[in-house]
Design a protein around this ligand. Structure first.
Ligand code: UDP
Length: 238
């Protein structure tokens, strides 16, 4: 059997990925399916670091637009990512995976603080590491946290799991002629405003030459195909 193309990955899951068809929160069946996909690549020796969003529970922008203090709303959003991280860690443990949560906000009763060296050691030991609370600062997103932690962990790729199986020329739900990009450059993604990740995350990945692959976590075996370099999803590279 061929070997995985990537030895260490940073997997970014949006909060919405955890809610499945529910309108908010965490769907247990969905989370178990995601864990099974992750377990498959861990079993092949791939080191998996993760960042999870919080949009299924709380997103700072809308309440801020409605008059709430933006920084306060963003801290609430970061706390939402901690809840998602704990739920995922619990599901991983139940599936027999060793998983640690490191938080960018100090929450010592529920998660370890983010310590880069420790996280690297966990990865080398084959443990999954989930980075919670984004980068710990308001006015950022978990996409940016994924880019930052990806660079810090020397991951070879940021794999962004979405509901759509890649980046399209237009919204495939609205435009029947939309086609999926096999690959594109960071500059193209930024100039065409293709909504891969926010601009802060994209420019960080571009400057650090950290490629991104966008794929659907809902296609069975897709994560494994990404890790084996089988052309799944869309590759964004320098
Ligand atoms: N957030 C933040 N700083 C960070 C990461 C997240 O302030 O470093 C807040 C922000 O309010 C954001 C929310 O947490 O809207 C949830 O994160 P995000 O929207 O990235 O989640 P996703 O869309 O991936 O579910």
């Amino acid at each position: 059997m061929s070997a995985p193309v990537y030895k260490r990955i940073l997997l970014k899951l949006s909060g919405e990925a955890l809610m499945g068809d529910d309108s908010y929160g965490i769907n247990r069946t969905v989370i178990e399916r995601i864990v099974a996909e992750i377990a498959e690549v861990v079993a092949m020796g791939v080191q998996v670091a993760m960042v999870i969003g919080g949009g299924n529970i709380f997103r700072g922008v809308a309440p801020a637009a409605a008059g709430m203090d933006r920084a306060t709303a963003d801290y609430m959003g970061m706390l939402a990512t901690v809840m998602n991280s704990m739920a995922l860690q619990d599901a991983m443990n139940r599936a027999g995976l060793d998983c640690r949560v490191q938080s960018a906000l100090n929450l010592e009763q529920v998660a370890e603080p983010f310590i880069r060296g420790k996280a690297l050691r966990y990865l080398e030991e084959g443990k999954v590491v989930i980075f919670a609370a984004g980068i710990g600062s308001p006015f950022f997103t978990t996409d940016t946290a994924a880019a930052l932690r990806g660079v810090e962990m020397s991951a070879e790729v940021v794999i962004k799991a979405t509901k759509v199986d890649g980046i399209y020329t237009a919204d495939p739900k609205k435009d029947p002629h939309a086609v999926r990009y096999q690959s594109l450059s960071f500059d193209e993604a930024i100039s065409k405003n293709l909504q891969v990740m926010d601009a802060t995350a994209l420019t960080l990945c571009r400057d650090q030459k950290l490629p991104i692959i966008v794929f659907s976590i809902f296609k069975a075996g897709a994560l494994k195909r990404v890790v084996f370099g089988e052309g799944e999803g869309t590759l964004v590279r320098v």
